[in-house]
Design a binder for this molecule. Structure first.
Ligand code: FE2
Length: 294
């Protein structure tokens, strides 16, 4: 598929797949680097369990936008931060600034360009991004047998801009299938904005013992039959429109499902909400990919 085909699928369905965005060497480099990061991690310093079904978001999460932090699977640590499972199998995700703070992740994505593969810049131009800004990144593990579900959502619920100009990039670092928790989409669901104006915002009453974020808007019930699975091969890039409804199921298989994902919004004539949990800091993790003149 050429980039025109990618663009037309993205506009029609709200998602598109670009196979072989990363080659095997780059995929291995990212996985190896991540394994090193976990080996160097002291679990006692990191204690937060991540769940999309209980998003109260403590200070550890709220201040992770410009750091490399670890969010564990339920039951991976005891109360004192002592590991109860293999270290490499304990983490749910790492967030949210690998794209700036880790040189391997920074180089492989933003600078990646070979004759065979599309660059990130090419893809962003093809979908009409004028001033794309990479604002967060996550390495997601979906551990074998225990990797939790990600409930149906639209990414613009979490990173709101006016007008809505958010896009997710999701790179499979292993083959993803229905069995190990591939993405599911409702095709075309990106055309009606964010259902129920659902937003996750900084809790106006934030304080000790209180959640860092709260949700506003209405919960809209979705028709589960409309979801279609999108299985992709290792190295594939999946483009995710900020308003397309998507989810992934639990990984009950014996295989992991490692993914590197990041979000970009178009700064051009766009207001980034000060109510979003993620804000630019002095660490300059809001990183322009290019400007219009390049
Ligand atoms: Fe998402």
């Amino acid at each position: 598929m050429d980039l025109e085909g990618v663009k037309s699928q993205f506009l029609k369905d709200g998602y598109a797949v670009i196979p072989n965005f990363l080659d095997d060497t780059d995929v291995s480099a990212l996985r190896h680097e991540c394994s090193n990061i976990i080996n160097d991690m002291d679990p006692a310093q990191h204690h937060t369990v991540f769940s999309t079904t209980d998003q109260t978001n403590d200070d550890y999460f709220m201040t992770s936008g410009d750091k490399i932090r670890f969010f564990f699977e339920k039951g991976a640590l005891d109360d004192k931060g002592v590991l109860q499972v293999d270290k490499q199998l304990s983490v749910n995700k790492i967030g949210h600034a690998l794209h700036i703070l880790n040189p391997v992740f920074r180089r492989k994505i933003v600078s990646n360009c070979t004759d065979e593969a599309f660059c990130l810049q090419d893809v962003l131009r093809a979908v009409g991004m004028v001033e794309p800004t990479l604002c967060q990144s996550m390495y997601i593990f979906k551990q074998p047998g225990i990797g939790g579900e990600v409930v149906p959502h639209q990414d613009s619920t979490f990173l709101h801009t006016t007008p809505l100009k958010l896009m997710g990039f999701w790179i499979a670092l292993e083959d993803t299938t229905v069995d190990n928790g591939c993405l599911w989409f409702i095709p075309g669901s990106h055309k009606d904005g964010v259902a129920g104006n659902r937003r996750m915002i900084i809790n106006p009453e934030r304080g000790p013992g209180k959640p860092g974020t709260v949700f506003t808007g209405e919960v809209v019930t979705l028709d589960d039959k409309k979801f279609v699975p999108v299985e992709v091969k290792k190295g594939s890039l999946v483009l995710i429109h900020g308003e397309v409804v998507h989810k992934s199921e639990q990984n009950l298989s014996p295989r992991s499902r490692h993914v590197y994902t990041f979000h970009v919004y178009d700064q051009h004539n766009t207001e980034y909400s000060t109510q979003n949990w993620l804000q630019a800091t002095d660490a300059k993790t809001f990183s322009p990919v290019y400007t219009t003149t390049q």
